[in-house]
Design a protein around this ligand. Structure first.
Ligand code: NAG
Ligand code: NAG
Ligand code: NAG
Ligand code: NAG
Ligand code: NAG
Ligand code: NAG
Length: 449
């Protein structure tokens, strides 16, 4: 078995520090997702990051006997390791939003749990990961498939989830095990007073997804990652008995938008203004009236469309091309994915106005305005803006509000660290990532006095 020396060295150091009554260094963790790799941070930007989580490995891979298909990381683990400080722990996350089948199958019986755990351990050994992250959204239900598979069919997961985690921990030792856990109380189905102690006992880190606190299942505006909402999420896990040192507070490197109800003035405040239906009540699919925009260069500071646009010959269009849909009969709109067409998916939210006609709200231009015009709700600790002309509500986090989270949540509750979704989404100027490093540094110094 190959375990990188830094894992063992790190564990010894942490154990010694805890024995001597010294505070442990705060964790500064980032998820590194496969969809945001075009612009990568330099070494001076990643300095101070203690944990990086490559995401995602499909949960179903580990549910087959002896892994019929191998997990292939989107980037060589050695290449990822080289992007960070020496000694940064590199892990892999299984699952993610919409991927629950493998977990459900793996958790079912004692035999399936052992097999699932064995498969994960073999993969971690082979690829040289330092830790494993289980991103099951969510045990017990309320996932992307909740209209297809009702929560009532997942009741057994409330019992089997902690058992699965314990099997995984036993199989991957001495590697660490982390879990990503829901930020909204309504989704904490498996985190019951009866079962939570076994969950927390099995894992080393609990990543509280304190974002998307307003999501497409809501019917009125609210902050998606405000300070008060984040604190409430953290306190829910503390109340269930999670040791504060295991908790990492989640930060979001993206803003969310929601179309507000036609003709309703939402300028009065960030809470409680009606929005358009955002999720199909029958099949749970997205209705395209809400979404997320990352802090990437292409969004924060989009380049102007080229001036030498020509009409598309193959329906391709938009950012990165010199093709417009203007002039195409019945296909004059350029969709957010770069295709000409005339359906609501082409002409509605996300439609690229520089490359054709659009009928929906101008998300890209509105986001640039939101970054300039948004206001701070100092009480809740959330940033928001209502774009009257596009009838769009924006909710996001800022560097000053993240700094407050360090003081008013991480320090106030004695948490073990923070994490962000996700590294590549901050590539405009890495300012949020830098704020994390400064926040961790500040607290580590303060607690050492
Ligand atoms: C994961 O793998 C399963 C089984 O091969 C497949 O059906 C599913 O679409 C995959 N999920 C994702 C998110 O790729
Ligand atoms: C899986 O591996 C185990 C142990 O190596 C072996 O006994 C078993 O037959 C294998 N199962 C399958 C389905 O290949
Ligand atoms: C990191 O480790 C490599 C290889 O062991 C070494 O060459 C390099 O100098 C180290 N970098 C730092 C900043 O310690
Ligand atoms: C909006 O959601 C709340 C909470 O889920 C619910 O009580 C209320 O009835 C909903 N309102 C409408 C108009 O659907
Ligand atoms: C919602 O989903 C159902 C079933 O897939 C579909 O028939 C219906 O058209 C959808 N409604 C909307 C508003 O998209
Ligand atoms: C359009 O102009 C850009 C530079 O501004 C150039 O790179 C590109 O090749 C041009 N495209 C066409 C189709 O002329």
């Amino acid at each position: 078995m190959k375990v990188s020396g830094s894992v063992l060295a790190g564990m010894v150091a942490v154990g010694a520090a805890a024995e001597a009554g010294c505070p442990q260094p705060l964790r500064n963790m980032v998820y590194f997702d496969q969809y945001h790799t075009a612009i990568l941070p330099s070494h001076d930007v990643t300095a101070g990051i203690t944990h990086v989580v490559m995401s995602f490995a499909n949960s179903s891979l580990f549910a087959t006997p002896n892994m019929t298909e191998e997990y292939k990381p989107f980037m060589d683990v050695s290449k990822v390791r080289a992007m960070f400080d020496n000694g940064t722990q590199v892990g892999v996350a299984l699952g993610g939003w919409g991927d629950t089948n493998g977990f459900g199958a793996g958790a079912k019986t004692e035999a399936s749990r052992k097999q699932y755990a064995r498969n994960i351990a073999a993969m971690a050994t082979k690829l040289g990961f330092d830790f494993i992250d289980i991103d099951w959204e969510y045990p017990g239900g309320n996932g992307a498939d909740y209209k297809q598979i009702p929560n009532s069919d997942k009741v057994d997961e409330i019992t089997t989830y902690p058992l699965l985690l314990q099997e995984i921990k036993d199989a991957i030792k001495p590697r660490a095990l982390s879990i990503a856990v829901p930020g909204k109380a309504v989704d904490m189905i498996a985190y019951t007073p009866e079962h939570a102690p076994a969950i927390f006992a099995a894992v080393d880190m609990v990543n509280v997804m304190a974002y998307d606190l307003m999501n497409r299942r809501d019917n009125a505006t609210a902050h998606h990652t405000d300070l008060q909402g984040s604190l409430k999420a953290v306190d829910a896990y503390l109340a269930l008995g999670c040791p504060a040192a295991k908790l990492n507070l989640g930060l979001a490197f993206y803003a969310k938008y929601f179309q507000t109800a036609k003709g309703v003035d939402c300028s009065g405040g960030p809470i409680g203004c009606p929005i358009l239906l955002a999720e199909n009540a029958t099949d749970g699919s997205d209705l395209g009236t809400s979404g997320a925009i990352t802090f990437e260069k292409a969004n924060v500071s989009p380049p102007p469309p080229p001036t030498n646009l020509t009409t598309s010959k193959d329906q391709s269009c938009g950012t990165g091309t010199a093709f417009t849909c203007q002039g195409l009969a019945d296909a004059g709109c350029c969709s957010q994915y770069g295709f000409c067409g005339s359906t609501p998916a082409h002409c509605g939210a996300g439609c690229q106005a520089g490359f054709g006609t659009c009928t929906g709200p101008q998300i890209g231009a509105s986001f640039v305005s939101a970054l300039k015009e948004s206001k701070t709700d100092e009480v809740a600790g959330g940033q928001w803006w209502w774009d009257a002309s596009n009838e769009l509500f924006w909710t996001l986090d800022t560097v000053p509000l993240m700094q407050r989270k360090f003081k008013e949540i991480v320090a106030a509750r004695g948490l073990g660290g923070i994490f962000a979704w996700s590294l590549g989404e901050d590539s405009y100027d890495w300012s949020h990532l830098k704020a994390m490093r400064e926040g961790v540094k500040g607290l580590s110094k303060a607690s050492r006095k």
